[in-house]
Design a protein around this ligand. Structure first.
Ligand code: SAH
Length: 349
């Protein structure tokens, strides 16, 4: 046990605000025992606030067209090897019905930044979903848009928005993105979303190229201060058609530690055990939950198109990672005393 790290983890758990340097101390000094301590206390907090319930979100991958060129991402615009597709409104409503029948009460509409999905088209889709199934929560994850666009989508019925900040460190952001993509704009978007009354999610990859421990400390400090209702956090995994093809994947163990620290920082946060984690480790999903995660996002995209939305190599999209596998997923969760619930799973703050 490392005394400095343990003291700071305990302070975090006690509701104290930490400095970026404190997070750095935790990340640099924690030994295996401290990591276990953080994970088990994060798991206790998950149980305290959510019991054994795991919330589900059906993930519909609307489009893999993207005007951006994130160096890590398999659907970046420079990747000419990918077959591009976009879903029609009818296909999306079909996904909605399939998800609804499986007990999902949140629909996540995610995609590349595809100009075809204008405000008009997107608002029409969101309101059609809400009209068909008013009890469904709609989460959007469509990247950076204008404030006016976010306002119109909210008015059309969108409840939540996921926009990972990717890294809170300017120089690191510049290593992961071309110059025309700016961290300042992404951060501005997060502020707008919050201001407009969305439940907002930010987050980052663990082990992305050039990431240092300082970067992760800055991410944790940002999450603490921004107080998002959701945090998306998974390991970086290389994609063979990107400039990062030969970079190593992020560490599962570090990802679990980060999940635990996020749960300790924001006890009531909605925190997915991500597909990326399940892709890297057969028990990744369960370990994520045992480290404080309380959400799983089964893939709800049309089966024949799923392989085209490949953000990273070997991305899992069937079995327990998909809507067809919800019953099996529930069975897997029962091995750690958890179960899936038919619930929107809204934020508690
Ligand atoms: N266009 C939307 C959705 C992006 S995809 C947006 O800009 O928000 C959702 C998330 O997948 C990204 O935010 C990123 O953190 C993650 N991701 C992309 N490529 C990845 C990779 N190679 N490994 C792990 N996660 C990745």
């Amino acid at each position: 046990m490392n005394e400095t790290a343990r003291q700071l983890i305990t302070a975090l758990e006690g509701g104290n605000r930490l400095q970026k340097n404190d997070f750095l101390q935790i990340l640099t000094h924690a030994d295996a025992e401290d990591v276990e301590y953080a994970k088990s206390h994060a798991n206790d907090l998950r149980i305290k606030y959510f019991g054994n319930a795991i919330f589900l979100r059906g993930l519909v991958e609307l489009s893999n067209f993207c005007k951006n060129d994130c160096l890590y991402c398999g659907i970046r615009r420079s990747n000419t090897a990918v077959v591009r597709y976009r879903l029609s409104k009818e296909q999306i409503l079909g996904c909605l019905e399939q998800g609804y029948a499986a007990g999902l009460r949140t629909l996540v509409l995610q995609g590349g930044e595809d100009a075809w999905f204008t405000d008009e088209r997107m608002c029409d889709i969101v309101s059609a979903v809400k009209e068909r199934r008013p009890e469904i929560a709609v989460t959007l994850s469509l990247g950076e848009r204008s404030k006016e666009s976010y306002r119109r989508l909210k008015e059309a019925g969108a409840d939540r928005y996921l926009l990972r900040h990717e890294t809170a460190t300017e120089w690191h952001y510049a290593k992961l993105h071309p110059a025309f993509q700016k961290l300042s704009n992404r951060m501005q978007c997060l502020e707008w979303l919050k201001e407009l009354g969305y439940q907002v999610g930010c987050g980052m990859m663990v082990g992305s190229p050039y990431q240092t421990t300082e970067c992760l400390a800055a991410d944790l400090a940002f999450i603490q201060d921004f107080r998002p209702q959701m945090v998306g956090l998974g390991p970086f995994i290389p994609h063979h058609e990107t400039p990062f093809a030969n970079e190593p994947a992020g560490s599962v163990e570090t990802t679990l530690f980060l999940l635990a620290l996020v749960r300790l920082t924001l006890p009531k946060v909605l925190l997915p055990s991500t597909t990326a984690l399940a892709t890297l480790h057969p028990q990744g999903r369960l370990h994520g939950i045992l480290s404080g995660a309380n959400v799983i996002m089964p893939n709800l995209s049309p089966i024949d198109l799923r392989d085209n939305y490949t953000l990273y190599d070997n991305k899992a999209n069937t079995g327990l990672e998909a809507v067809e596998g919800v019953a099996l997923l529930d069975k897997e969760l029962s091995s750690i005393g958890c179960h899936v619930v038919v619930d929107r799973g809204d934020a508690r703050y």
